[in-house]
Design a binder for this molecule. Structure first.
Ligand code: FNR
Length: 366
């Protein structure tokens, strides 16, 4: 395990005590356009804001006097043990936020033993991360219009010991992110996605629609998912599922898990917040079918609420990127550590000594 970032974690300046503190500080480290790329969300940002409000509106019902003998935060997922349920969500182009980009994130993941999901739009090759991280790694894919190209990347990921594939299905077109457009955000020339090779769209005829006959023809369909599941040597999880019928279809297609997500509010504004639809998903899917959740996790109590309502684990996106922007690997590791410790304290105060004990009886229902 790489403990270099951990040693310095005992000397963090006092103004960095929460993810909100890192958010404030990160803004000072990034130019306005990059900040808009990180922070901005789709449209009027209702989903972005509701992701937080939805968590705040859930009230906890703590129990007391439970024994904490052998207490722990371990989980089991897809046959693997993880020391805690906090995963690092795929975030594109991390060299935008710190020169060491995904390498620094991988070091932080390693120090905190947090599984890292490397974005398809990574600025660092997947092979490189093996040299800097002992944390488990998954690889995220966007559909690029070619089953073969997707499968090639899956085999590459397997070769480099990535343990699962996350297929993001909620962004066949990027969200209309007004903040970003107003700030004239453009990828600098030196920031490149090393694994992404978009297939050029066929030239459109006059009567064809640029979006529907163009980009949307490259978007994945359920047939593609079934084909990939059949051919992939690694388990596939679908990220961005919000409709219960899609959750059921995903299960029937043979995918090995879903990530309930609205992409941190970045794609479709006013899309429901994942935490609000989670318990419905849990009820209609087999109890042992993995459901992960992201979008809006900023506190240990948020993690507790997600697990109580049926998630097996959570992903954080912006929180570790704030840390990365502020202080590279050290900042990213510290932001994960803050959430992990807040979650542990939440468990202690809720009277739950292991993850299996966390359920919806700990949530106040009107
Ligand atoms: C993302 N997200 C994302 N998701 C994905 O599947 N592939 C990607 O390349 C990216 N890229 C990306 C860039 C940036 C700057 C952000 C903020 C987010 C979405 C991400 O995986 C996750 O779903 C959200 O970030 C979760 O919400 P929070 O934790 O940011 O509130």
């Amino acid at each position: 395990m790489n403990t270099a970032p951990l040693a310095a974690l005992n000397h963090i300046p006092p103004h960095l005590q929460t993810i909100a503190d890192y958010q404030k500080q990160a803004k000072l480290h990034l130019d306005a356009a990059t900040w808009a790329n990180l922070e901005g969300a789709a449209g009027d940002e209702y989903s972005l804001n509701n992701n937080r409000t939805a968590f705040a509106n859930i009230q906890l019902l703590p129990r007391h006097l439970n024994s904490f003998k052998d207490a722990n935060t371990q989980i089991q997922l897809l046959g693997e043990h993880y020391p805690h349920p906090i995963f690092l969500a795929p975030v594109a182009y991390q060299q935008l936020f710190h020169p060491q980009g995904e390498i620094a994130t991988a070091q932080a993941a390693s120090a905190m033993q947090a599984p890292m999901i490397l974005s398809h739009l990574s600025t660092t090759p997947m092979a490189t991360l093996n040299q800097v991280s002992s944390a488990p790694k998954w690889f995220q894919l966007y559909s690029q219009g070619s089953r073969k190209a997707a499968l090639d990347l899956i085999f590459q990921a397997q070769h480099y010991a990535y343990q699962a594939i996350v297929l993001t299905v909620d962004a066949p077109h990027m969200g209309i992110r007004d903040q970003e457009r107003r700030a004239y955000f453009q990828l600098p020339a030196h920031i490149q996605a090393v694994h992404h090779h978009p297939v050029s769209t066929a030239t459109l005829k006059d009567n064809q629609h640029a979006l529907f006959d163009g980009l949307m023809q490259q978007a994945a369909t359920w047939e593609d998912i079934a084909w990939l599941v059949q051919h992939s040597p690694l388990p596939i999880l679908l990220k961005g599922i919000l409709h219960p019928a899609d959750a059921q279809q995903a299960y029937q297609c043979g995918v090995q898990g879903i990530i309930v997500s609205n992409h941190g509010g970045r794609v479709l504004d006013t899309a429901v917040s994942p935490i609000q639809i989670l318990s419905t998903m849990r009820k209609i899917l087999p109890h042992d079918f993995p459901i992960l959740l992201d979008s809006g996790i900023r506190r240990g109590t948020d993690i507790f609420k997600a697990l109580a309502l049926g998630a097996n684990a959570v992903l954080i996106g912006r929180p570790y990127i704030y840390g990365l922007a502020v202080a590279g690997a050290l900042g990213a590791a510290h932001s994960i550590k803050l959430l992990k410790e807040e979650f542990e304290v939440s468990m202690a105060l809720m009277g739950t000594s292991c993850i299996e004990q966390i359920n919806d009886s700990y949530i106040y229902q009107k």
